[in-house]
Design a protein around this ligand. Structure first.
Ligand SMILES: [Zn+2]
Length: 85
């Protein structure tokens, strides 16, 4: 599992943070935020279907990080649009 985050596609900042947000309904969301321009990556909900919150946490976190990295202009060039699903 890699925690490496690509630079912000908006401002080029490299101070990025994977953060979590807890909703009032016991859901936990993970997302990546740029500390420079406050850009936010895709929010990934943590599922609680399996009896292992730690694993779910890591899984949601790495999904948020992958989503952020996909969005980075340096990753590749098929980030036009079409992530509609
Ligand atoms: Zn930024």
């Amino acid at each position: 599992m890699t925690d490496e985050l690509k630079p912000c596609p908006f401002c080029g900042g490299e101070i990025l943070e994977a953060r979590q947000y807890k909703s009032p309904h016991f859901s936990v969301w993970w997302f990546v935020e740029c500390r420079s321009c406050r850009a936010k990556g895709t929010e990934c909900i943590r599922t609680d279907l399996r009896p292992s919150p730690k694993v779910e946490d890591d899984e949601a976190r790495s999904r948020a990080i992958k989503a952020w990295n996909r969005r980075s202009p340096q990753s590749n060039n098929d980030t036009q649009k079409g992530s509609a699903s």
